[in-house]
Design a protein around this ligand. Structure first.
Ligand code: F3S
Length: 398
């Protein structure tokens, strides 16, 4: 692999042990993928934060790394296992929370921003078209590649962190323009009106394509919130890291202009594919005892919608809307937090229904409007899941 003088110096330890180790691992990774060089990046997003998923080994890794090197660029953290301020009120244990806080402090000590969100692009980490970044949370990877048009591979948490330390990532995969074309076309004859429908589309297509790049022809523009849900679903039932939507996403015209585009397989989807998938994503028809929204973490407009739906009502079951601290703070300034809390709901920050140990909280049925969450919740203990629109879920608990 060709390295610049600066990269070689980092590799050889001129800039300290942490950078040398990081370069060594990233160069080895690049060799596996035949990367010819490293490429400078402008931001990183690091997953592998929840104590539930990384355990004591992950905690030791972060604490150990903190002794060796700092990140050198804008680096944000994925959701953790608890809401750091309100863990007790939500029922999380002190023991778990203590370990979780140590992990977060470890990341903070090397300069990582403890934003604890999977939607960093909603709170300022929004790269520009064609910028190279190293992100690791799968839904964020899908969004930043597809909707923003920046370039990242589906990094692991450690490789994103090492890239943040040296400011470089191996140049392969989605970083190379020719690899960003479409692999298969989905012609979808359906007028999407709800987030549950668009999530079901993503879930269905993810199962078909695995890590290929789908190109969608849709009847209508799903909007940014639903594109967030579409990418999350594609990345959870499959391993999609980049998709195109005709006339909507920034590189769709580039994908369409390739000679190979005319040769691609075209799959036609219709109403029954969407409706069947929605039905399959629920594991029960019981009423949820917790409705959990915000997977990926909610935007301010998604929270506004919930506030409008429950204003003046009283919820008879629990409601969590998962988001970042920053979006929660904007919700408070806009008055939505007061409305939601007056109805008995909670805006939960720093965590989500999948990476938190929700299975330990005595719930049986979780209601979600995210196909990604619907995919994961049934694998958490004995939990059942109800997959539906936000309107229907709120109806079920009022
Ligand atoms: Fe984000 Fe948790 Fe969903 S990390 S994408 S809210 S599973």
């Amino acid at each position: 692999m060709q390295l610049t003088k600066y990269e070689e110096d980092m590799y050889n330890g001129e800039y300290g042990e942490g950078k040398a180790e990081s370069m060594e691992i990233l160069v080895s990774l690049g060799k596996i993928y035949d990367a010819e060089k490293m490429i400078p990046i402008t931001s990183a997003q690091v997953s592998g934060v929840s104590y539930k998923t990384i355990g004591d080994a992950g905690l030791d890794f972060v604490v150990d790394l903190g002794k060796k090197a700092d990140v050198t660029l804008e680096t944000m953290l994925n959701p953790a296992g608890v809401d750091i301020e309100n863990w007790k009120e939500l029922g999380f244990s002190e023991e778990f929370t203590e370990k979780q806080i140590k992990i977060i402090e470890g990341y903070e000590s090397i300069g990582v921003m403890s934003t604890c969100t999977c939607t960093p692009y909603l709170i300022g980490n929004a790269p520009m078209l064609n910028e190279h970044v190293a992100w690791s949370e799968s839904s964020a990877v899908c969004y930043v590649n597809s909707v923003i048009g920046a370039r990242t591979n589906r990094e692991g948490g450690p490789s994103a962190l090492l890239a943040a330390i040296v400011g470089r990532t191996p140049y392969y995969g989605n970083h190379i323009p020719e690899n960003r074309t479409a692999d298969i076309i989905f012609d979808v004859d359906y007028d999407f009106t709800t987030e549950a429908e668009i999530g079901a589309l993503g879930y269905h297509v993810g199962q078909i394509v695995n890590d290929k790049k789908p190109y969608f022809k849709l009847n209508n523009n799903p909007g940014r919130n639903n594109l967030k849900l579409l990418g999350a679903a594609l990345a959870s039932s499959g391993a999609v890291s980049l998709y195109h939507v005709e006339n909507i996403t920034p590189e769709a015209n580039f994908a369409k202009s390739q000679d190979s585009f005319e040769e691609l397989e075209v799959v036609s989807l219709e109403k029954s594919d969407i409706i069947d998938t929605i039905e399959k994503l629920s594991t029960t028809d019981k009423t949820p005892d917790l409705v959990c929204l915000g997977c990926p973490h909610a935007s301010i407009t998604e929270i506004q919608k919930v506030a409008q739906l429950i204003k003046g009502k009283k919820l008879n079951k629990d409601l969590w809307i998962c988001t970042s601290k920053a979006i929660k703070s904007i919700s408070e300034q806009c008055g939505y937090l007061d409305i939601i809390e007056a109805a008995g709901g909670k805006i939960v920050s720093d965590t989500c229904m999948v990476v938190a140990p929700v299975e330990e909280l005595n719930y049986d049925v979780i209601g979600v409007n995210s196909a990604k969450a619907a995919n994961y919740v049934p694998n958490m203990g004995n939990l059942d899941v109800v997959y539906d629109t936000v309107e229907n879920l709120i109806d079920m608990i009022t």
